[in-house]
Design a protein around this ligand. Structure first.
Ligand SMILES: NC(=O)c1ccc[n+]([C@@H]2O[C@H](COP(=O)([O-])OP(=O)(O)OC[C@H]3O[C@@H](n4cnc5c(N)ncnc54)[C@H](OP(=O)(O)O)[C@@H]3O)[C@@H](O)[C@H]2O)c1
Length: 336
């Protein structure tokens, strides 16, 4: 999509999501907003959405300029910039393979980023902070669709336990500041489902499922390989949402949400990995066979979010999965 089409799409999204563009008295177009992780999938979508809505004072810095795991660097940045609003979308993120290979990095990096940024936001009087977690914080066998209340009610999925524990700590850190300093902090948390979108990770070692499937099936088609082997049983169910939809939700939450409990963001629908692979196969026009290697773990059998809380605030996802897959295939053509 060229820039004009992107801006047009964003404008249409804004018109449809009227409620999400009403800027509250405090959160104005001139407010100083720090988007941490602005080069990432979610952070870049938030910056795009804020820019299109007319926000003019967005600040960013990459991990080379400020390593958010380093308390001294984070303190210096907040002391200098004093952001009024913070979207905390910087994190160490990856798929099941990366989580299982680098558990120490996943727990350490994420805890360090959360501790430093949330504490600095408190110290330098940030008016409101939105912390991004993930649906993997919920128990492996939580009843579906998962409501916010099921947090910490039973055991986590082992393959991403370290990442999930760091994210739960982030939620609790926000809650604890709000409890101890009710007049000083407004730190809120949101938990999106599996995401995809522009700027997604196409590295097969660390990527998430949707980009991995597009690449594997596309390559098989190009090389005329009759079979594609995918990891897991294919029976795990997953929920997907486009990053531009998440960005709209995050901005709405920054404007309107003040509960101390985390809030889910999802499409409200899931499908099996096998069904997802079949959709991609059809859209790409691959005629070979898709097989599954059941020796590789599936992760959580199902993680569908209950999205009643956020839909009650007036937010709805606008990009359906078929459209989203087609957009991602266009992204892949640009990337490869
Ligand atoms: N992707 C998903 O499917 C998904 C699903 C649910 C929730 N989420 C949540 O959404 C948030 C963002 O995820 P994402 O998919 O956008 O991740 P991403 O694409 O991997 O981007 C992460 C960003 O974090 C920054 N970052 C990482 N370590 C850093 C450090 N030490 N110092 C400073 N910046 C650092 C990176 O900055 P540089 O580029 O400058 O290095 C990068 O831009 C995460 O909290 C994640 O849990 C994501």
């Amino acid at each position: 999509m060229n820039l004009f089409k992107k801006k047009l799409l964003a404008f249409i999204l804004i018109l449809i999501c009227g409620k999400s563009v009403q800027t509250s008295a405090d959160f104005t177009f001139q407010s100083k907003i720090y988007v941490a992780g602005h080069n990432g999938l979610v952070g870049s979508a938030i910056v795009r959405a804020l820019t299109v809505q007319g926000h003019t004072n967005i600040i960013t810095c990459n991990s080379k300029e400020v390593d958010l795991r380093r308390q001294d660097q984070v303190e210096a940045f907040f002391n200098r910039e004093k952001p009024e609003y913070v979207f905390l979308a910087a994190a160490k993120v990856g798929g099941i393979k990366a989580n299982m290979t680098y558990p120490a990095d996943f727990i350490y990096d994420n805890l360090a980023i959360e501790l430093n940024v949330i504490k600095a936001a408190f110290k330098y009087k940030t008016k409101k902070l939105l912390f991004l977690g993930s649906s993997c914080i919920y128990p492996k066998f939580a009843s579906q669709p998962m409501v916010e209340d099921c947090l910490l009610t039973s055991k986590l999925e082992p393959s991403n336990e370290y990442y999930a524990i760091a994210k739960i700590a982030g939620i609790k850190l926000c809650e604890a500041f709000n409890k101890q300093y009710p007049d000083q902090t407004k730190f809120i948390s949101c938990m999106p489902c599996n995401l995809y979108g522009p700027g997604d990770n196409w590295n097969l070692e660390t990527s998430h499922v949707l980009t991995a499937l597009i690449q594997k099936i596309y390559r098989a088609k190009q090389a005329q390989i009759p079979t594609v082997m995918l990891l897991g049983t294919g029976n795990a169910r997953r929920e997907f949402l486009h990053a531009d939809d998440v960005a709209q939700a995050c901005i709405l939450l920054m404007q309107n949400y003040t509960d101390n409990q985390q809030i889910n963001i999802g499409s409200g629908q899931d499908l099996t990995i096998r069904e997802l692979a079949d959709k991609i196969k059809t859209i790409l026009g691959y005629t070979g066979e898709i097989k599954f290697n059941a020796e590789f773990p599936d992760g959580t059998p199902q993680k569908l979010l209950n999205i009643n809380k956020i839909t009650n605030l007036g937010w709805r996802p606008l990009i359906n999965l078929n459209t989203g897959i087609s957009l991602m295939i266009q992204e892949y053509y640009k990337f490869k």
